[in-house]
Write a protein that binds this ligand. Structure first.
Ligand code: F6R
Length: 263
């Protein structure tokens, strides 16, 4: 796992944007790029940077397909807080990714268990995802794989912890409006992506980042599954890196990166 510590959240956004831009550049029509997108606050600066590059520097996502990590159960797709709406509003509608090429679990399906299985199949048929962008919950979740999730889980319905519901209440009018259930890619599903790119900023994420990167591999910290992925990159600002014991080594590694060594 490569850990990249940068001074500010904006610096993290630029590096995350570099990796995602590289994944869509130089592709041909029969080699369409496949991006895994996260929602929440963590990826927002990267999305803004990608939108800027699209508008000002001609970065094109033409032909790209995007797959969401998760979705709330019970919100119609056009609800402003459904992850389908959020990703459209914050990213895909501002670049040249067609709406029909943005896929996510169907949170309004009459049977969420069926919707989960269908999404897993869609990911198998459409994958592998080239770069999967990830945030991390304060409790170490990725996607909505709450602590205790099987490290090889597939897409399924999960019940959010009360803490995660409280954390996400800021996006809803009333705390009780946050759905209790979600459909999320499993940890095994996420692990099929070719490159996992986790980003976090702020001191509120410092414990989770330290547990994910330097703690034991354990279902108690779902993000620790990145430790067994062949290509995982963690991009954090100084505040989120504050509890990393090997921080000096990560900085040293970044400083001495070979000229053509990509993230
Ligand atoms: C969102 C997701 C979650 C978030 C995590 C961090 O699609 O899968 O794992 O990435 O809860 O949320 P923020 O970035 O809002 O702190």
């Amino acid at each position: 796992m490569e850990v990249v510590i940068l001074p500010t959240p904006s610096d993290c956004g630029r590096v995350v944007a570099d990796v995602m831009a590289a994944a869509v550049t130089g592709r041909t029509a029969d080699d369409r790029p496949t991006l895994g997108l996260a929602t929440g606050s963590s990826p927002v600066l990267a999305y803004q940077e990608l939108i800027r590059r699209h508008r000002e520097e001609g970065l094109s996502f033409s032909g790209a397909r995007a797959f969401l990590l998760d979705e709330y159960v019970g919100l119609p797709a056009d609800h402003p807080q459904s992850y389908r709406s959020v990703i459209r509003r914050e990213f895909t509608s501002h670049v040249d990714i067609a709406d029909g090429d943005v896929h996510g679990p169907d949170g309004s399906h009459p049977d969420p268990l069926v919707a989960a299985r269908e999404y897993e199949q869609l990911l198998r048929d459409g994958g592998p995802v080239a770069v999967q962008l990830l945030g991390i919950g304060g409790n170490g979740h990725i996607g909505f794989n709450e602590p205790g999730s099987s490290l090889s889980s597939l897409t399924r319905v999960k019940t959010l912890t009360e803490q995660t519901r409280r954390d996400n209440a800021r996006f809803f009018e009333r705390p009780e409006d946050v759905p209790r259930h979600v459909i999320t890619q499993g940890l095994g599903t996420i692990g099929r992506a070719q490159h996992l790119l986790l980003t976090a900023s702020g001191s509120g994420k410092a414990d989770a980042v330290a547990a994910a990167v330097e703690g034991p591999l354990t279902a108690s910290c779902p993000a620790s599954v990145l430790q067994v992925h062949p290509h995982a990159t963690v991009v954090v600002d100084e505040a989120a890196a504050a509890k990393l014991e090997r921080a000096d080594y990560y900085r040293y590694t970044l400083q001495h990166k070979l000229r053509h060594q990509p993230f």
